[in-house]
Design a protein around this ligand. Structure first.
Ligand code: BTN
Length: 267
C-alpha cells in the first residue's frame, strides 16, 4: 500500500485547473466537513481536500462511507459556480458522476454506469458515491462541495452496505495507482465543468447515456415510502421518471433505487 507524498502529489497535479490549493490529511473525520469549513472561511474554487483515511466519512441519507487508510480515494472539491441558478445545482452531481465514469474508463478501459441519483457502478455494483453539499448567499449559490468516494483497491464488506459494492481492483483484476486515478478524475472534472449551466444539455445527455437500469423493474425508496415501477429515464433537472403499473409516469426528486427482485415482478 502506497500513501500519497505531498511533494509528489503537488508535482503530479500541477498544471490542472482543480487541486489548488491541496489539503492532504492522513486521517480526518470527513473531507466534506473540512472542505465546507474552508469554503466558509473564503477558500477559492479549486481547493481540494484529500484524505488517506476517513473516520466519519458520510454518504447520502445519513449513511456511513468507509475509507480505509491508503486504499481508496476520498476527496472534496470546492466549486463556486456563481452563474449557476440554485435550482440547477444537480448539474454538479451530473458533472461529478460523469467525470468519475470517464476517468475510470480512461484508467481501466472498463465502462462504468450511473445509478440515479449519484452512484457509479461497475458490473452493476457500486464503485463510487458522490455527496454534493451547497451553501447559499442570499438566493445565490455561494459554494458547492463535491465529495467523491471511489473504491480503488478496496470494497466495503457486503454486511456494511445497502447495495452491492465493488472496487476498481476487483473489476480490473489489478491494483491501481491512486495518483493516476486522481489525476484523470481532476482532468475530467475540469474538462466538463464549462458545460455546467449551459443551455445545450450536453452534460445531461452524456450522463443519461450511462444511466443504469433503464427499462428495468425497480423499487425507489422515498421519504413517503417505496414506489415500484419501470425506470424510464431522468429529466434534465435530475428527477427520476418512473412508470407505474397503471401506465402513469411520475417524477421523483429524491430517493434510493434498487432492482425489484424477480419474485416480486408481475409476469
Ligand atoms: C453516497 O454514496 O451516499 C455518497 C458517498 C460520498 C463519500 C465521499 S468520500 C469523500 C467525501 N467525504 C465524505 O464524508 N463523503 C464524501
Amino acid at each position: 500500500m502506497a500513501l500519497f507524498h505531498a511533494e509528489e502529489l503537488l508535482h503530479y497535479l500541477s498544471g490542472l485547473r482543480f487541486g489548488h490549493p491541496i489539503y492532504l490529511y492522513r486521517t480526518i473525520g470527513s473531507t466534506n466537513d473540512e472542505a465546507k469549513l474552508l469554503a466558509d472561511s473564503g477558500a477559492p474554487e479549486g481547493l481540494l481536500v484529500i484524505a488517506e483515511e476517513q473516520t466519519a466519512g458520510r454518504g447520502r441519507l445519513g449513511r456511513t462511507w468507509i475509507t480505509p487508510l491508503g486504499q481508496a480515494l476520498a476527496i472534496s472539491l470546492v466549486l463556486r459556480p456563481g452563474h449557476l441558478p440554485v435550482d440547477q445545482a444537480t448539474q454538479l452531481t451530473m458533472l461529478a458522476g460523469l467525470a468519475v465514469c470517464q476517468a475510470v474508463e480512461q484508467v481501466t478501459g472498463l465502462q462504468p454506469q450511473l445509478k440515479w441519483p449519484n452512484d457509479v457502478l461497475l458490473s452493476g455494483k457500486k464503485v463510487a458515491g458522490l455527496l454534493l453539499e451547497t451553501a447559499l448567499r442570499g438566493d445565490q449559490l455561494d459554494y458547492a462541495v463535491l465529495g467523491i468516494g471511489l473504491n480503488v483497491n478496496f470494497a466495503p464488506p457486503p454486511e456494511t452496505v445497502d447495495f452491492p459494492a465493488t472496487s476498481l481492483q476487483a473489476e480490473a483484476r489489478t491494483e491501481l495507482d491512486r495518483l493516476l486515478v486522481l489525476r484523470a478524475l481532476l482532468e475530467r472534472l475540469a474538462a466538463l465543468y464549462p458545460e455546467v449551466g449551459t443551455p445545450d444539455q450536453a452534460l445531461y445527455q452524456a450522463w443519461s447515456a450511462r444511466l443504469a437500469l433503464v427499462g428495468q423493474a425497480i423499487v425507489v425508496r422515498t421519504a413517503d415510502g417505496d414506489q415500484s415501477g419501470v425506470l424510464e429515464g431522468v429529466t434534465p433537472e435530475g428527477a427520476l421518471l418512473l412508470k407505474l403499473a397503471g401506465g402513469q409516469t411520475i417524477k421523483l426528486l429524491a430517493g434510493d433505487v434498487r432492482l425489484r427482485p424477480a419474485s416480486e415482478v408481475d409476469s
